[in-house]
Design a protein around this ligand. Structure first.
Ligand code: NAP
Length: 261
């Protein structure tokens, strides 16, 4: 079943998640994360929505009714321990988790164009958020995952993390960290396939999307290839709603195509 709003009929067809109950958690409240929450609020009305953010929300941020928010820095072990406690006490059954935290640039780092720009602090920070983050979040929330109901653990990787697709070079830290994320979550999918066989693990490339992360790098992207966060989120949710446990371990682009590792 797919979620569609039929504007002509003024009716909303059933989403695969429309009958799901329990909790849904989006890690990271950036451009795509917020848009995913808006989409989930419409598609999964019986799921309690949670969002973790590294910082407090800006006052002008649009609010989502019923959304529970908490602070989480995925690079900080104390913060991850608090997530583990929250998961044990309040998040069961956790039916949907979408990891959207990501780091490409900030005041202290920029993607490298050449070898001389590579440095250890940037490599470590990139790996901490883009590679280890989703695995350590999976570890923290594992006890809340259901054993008898379908559940989904999705994470936003990136096509540039594909080794097979790397024809341009550059962006050492980000590429390598996303490639490492792909390996770590493939390994997780295999383990959960044995221990938590109802859980589907999915790696996603959202397409180039107009958020703070891509802002300095998208001047050459044709407008028809640049998604708004809402459009990107809608495509990702359409895709995720089709995934079942049998699909666990796939690396998919926004249009459903398989991306080479
Ligand atoms: N936009 C694109 O074109 C594109 C393309 C391919 C893949 N992706 C991936 O899609 C995901 C979402 O990106 P986006 O486009 O929505 O970018 P975004 O708006 O910059 O969101 C990224 C979020 O990650 C959070 N974050 C960074 N470090 C963190 C940490 N240590 N702990 C917790 N949260 C942290 C940021 O929090 P703060 O607000 O506190 O900084 C921000 O909210 C990322 O994984 C990105 O790599 C994006």
């Amino acid at each position: 079943m797919r979620h569609q709003v039929d504007a002509a009929m003024g009716q909303e067809s059933l989403s695969a998640w429309s009958a799901w109950s329990g909790h849904a958690l989006v890690i990271g409240g950036g451009g795509i994360g917020r848009a995913l929450l808006q989409g989930l609020a419409a598609r999964a009305p019986h799921l309690q929505l949670w969002c973790s953010q590294r910082r407090q929300l800006a006052a002008e941020e649009p609010r989502i009714a019923g959304l529970q928010q908490f602070r989480l820095d995925v690079s900080d072990d104390d913060s991850l321990r608090q997530l583990q406690q929250l998961a044990q006490e309040r998040l069961s059954p956790l039916r949907l988790v979408i990891y959207t935290a990501g780091l490409l640039h900030d005041d202290a780092m920029a993607p490298e164009k050449r070898l001389s720009q590579v440095n250890r602090p940037a490599l470590e920070r990139s790996f901490s958020v883009n590679a280890w983050g989703p695995l350590l979040v999976a570890q923290a929330i594992e006890t809340a995952l259901p054993r008898q109901q379908p559940a989904l653990f999705a994470s936003l990787s990136a096509r540039v993390g594909s080794i097979g697709d790397n024809r341009l070079g550059g962006w050492y830290a980000y590429r390598a960290a996303k490639a490492a994320q792909n390996q770590l979550l493939t390994t997780l999918a295999l383990e959960w396939g044995r221990r938590l066989p109802q859980v589907c693990v999915t790696l996603l490339h959202p397409g180039t999307t107009a958020t703070a992360l891509s802002a300095p790098f998208r001047s050459g992207v044709p407008s028809q290839q640049l998604f708004s966060p809402e459009h990107a989120a809608s495509q990702l949710l359409d895709l995720l709603e089709q995934q079942t446990a049998a699909d666990s371990g796939r690396f998919l682009a926004w249009d459903g195509s398989e991306i080479p590792w």
